[in-house]
Design a protein around this ligand. Structure first.
Ligand code: NAP
Ligand code: HSE
Length: 430
């Protein structure tokens, strides 16, 4: 009995599913040493049974296209969901839990939308729902928050969580290519989601941030309350300007606790070139967090790709096999997580970068300075590129710390001025 292999039902045999199967094949002996038994992929659910597969998990693995073959198979010990998307993935996960099987998933989108409901179901059924691969690819951030830092209050967490956006910003900054070329390259390399708007509009990072907030604070931060902005409006020009002032532009996911309330969001921001996150390039992800006992910690690694993400999926499978106490899915005794106290995003305070495109004529700067002064915003640095008098020119302003709502009011007034050519570009500086 001790040596009976664990039977796995795998939903999805794309980048991550194939990566998982490759690791199982190459590390069979090592996994056996840790578990005392083998892991066998009995069934693989795919969409297209006619697709040519360059690799199969085991000679007797059965490929199917109906979820019943996973959900209703009493011989399966664990179901691994790696198809992505919402409805079908939900059917697989809920169906598997309802039929008594623990589940491993990498599906951050589904967890962000339906996590609390699925955690409640798993708790009612006394089953595991593990999701290390849903955030940060191969980086062990879920386990770190759930187990290693369990005794800490997390003061803040600042992270690069979307490999596609980070790769694109790195390419735009280092190779001077434009946004659409950078996106094409990211897609060719397999970093992007099936729907790449999830990456570039910030939603993929937002999904991951929701998962991390629950693990760090034991509260649900509803996705529809999270302020989310992606990199889809970022220009090479602004990246260059940020560099001139000593900053690197990054897509940041941030959460901070302030007097029992959470301030969180996903947005492109200027990060000082001395900050650790400014050095995170290409498809890599990183999480910098501060615990009240441990102090600052940084986790860094490959945020996407078959083998790194497969490594995280495999860790969850092995943890489930080794589990002999009650399953710990949320990291808290509460499995029905309450909604967090949320700090209004407009009240957050930081420095800001503004690019205002104005007609170069007398009095313009005085008007801008008056508006900033009226909003109690102090200007820290200013740069204007020389053009012929009367032409439109970009003025880049860096402010001292100011409340977001004051900046938004100033931008609204500035953008209504007749000498302003186009909407002001605005980033927070962290
Ligand atoms: P993928 O390469 O697009 O593969 C998806 C797999 O699921 C394919 O085998 C596909 O079947 C199957 N599939 C899709 N829709 C299906 C349906 N309705 N019914 C049955 N099978 C279906 O996806 P992936 O990149 O491996 O991503 C899988 C999950 O991991 C997603 O939740 C993703 O967000 C997450 N994730 C991915 C990465 C990464 O680096 N790629 C990293 C972290 C997390 P066919 O083979 O027949 O087309
Ligand atoms: N599309 C995701 C990214 C894959 O670019 O980070 C990993 O979750």
């Amino acid at each position: 009995m001790q040596n009976t292999p664990i039977q796995i039902g795998l939903a999805g045999f794309g980048t991550v599913g194939t990566g998982l199967a490759q690791i199982l094949l190459h590390n069979t002996e090592w996994i056996g040493k840790r578990l005392g038994r083998g892991l066998h992929i009995k069934t693989v659910l795919v969409q297209d049974l006619n697709k040519t597969r360059s690799f199969i998990p085991a000679p007797d693995t059965r490929f199917v296209d109906s979820i019943d073959a996973l959900v209703d198979d009493p011989d399966l010990d664990i179901v691994v969901e790696l198809i992505g998307g919402l409805d079908k993935a939900y059917e697989i996960i809920a169906g598997s839990l309802n039929s008594g099987k623990s589940v491993v998933t990498a599906n951050k989108a589904l967890l962000a939308e339906k996590g609390p409901e699925l955690f409640s179901l798993a708790a009612r059924k006394h089953l595991g729902l593990y999701y290390e691969a849903s955030v940060g690819g191969g980086i062990p951030i879920v386990q770190t928050l759930k187990e290693s830092l369990a005794g800490n209050r997390i003061k803040s967490l600042m992270a690069i969580l979307n490999g596609t956006s980070n790769y694109m910003l790195s390419e735009m900054s280092q190779k001077q290519i434009d946004y659409s070329q950078a996106l094409t390259r990211a897609q060719e390399k397999g970093y992007a989601e099936a729907d790449p708007t999830l990456d570039v509009e910030g939603w993929d990072a937002a999904h991951k941030l929701c998962v991390l907030i629950r693990l760090a604070y034991g509260r649900d931060y509803p996705l529809n309350m999270l302020p989310v902005q992606g990199i889809n409006t970022v220009s090479v020009y602004d990246i260059g300007k940020a560099q001139q002032f000593g900053y690197v532009l990054k897509l940041i996911a941030l959460v901070k606790e302030q007097s029992g309330s959470l301030q969180a969001g996903v947005f492109p921001a200027l990060v000082n070139q001395d900050h650790m996150l400014s050095k995170v390039d290409g498809p890599f992800n990183a999480v910098v967090l501060e615990g009240n006992a441990v102090g600052p910690i940084m986790l860094y690694g490959q945020g996407a790709g078959g083998l790194p993400t497969g490594s995280a999926v495999l860790a969850d499978i092995m943890a489930l096999v080794n589990q002999n106490a009650a399953y710990n899915n949320t990291g808290f005794l509460e499995n029905d997580l309450r909604t967090a106290n949320i700090l209004q995003p407009e009240l957050t305070v930081s420095k800001h970068f503004l690019r205002i495109t104005v007609q170069d004529r007398p009095g313009v700067l005085a008007v801008l300075a008056r508006i900033m002064g009226d909003q109690n915003i102090s200007i820290a640095q200013l740069n204007q590129t020389q053009e012929a008098a009367g032409q439109f020119v970009p003025i880049v302003l860096l402010t001292h710390a100011a409340q977001l709502q004051q900046i938004q009011s100033a931008i609204q007034e500035i953008d209504s001025l007749e000498f302003v050519q186009s909407p002001t570009v605005h980033y927070r500086i962290l």
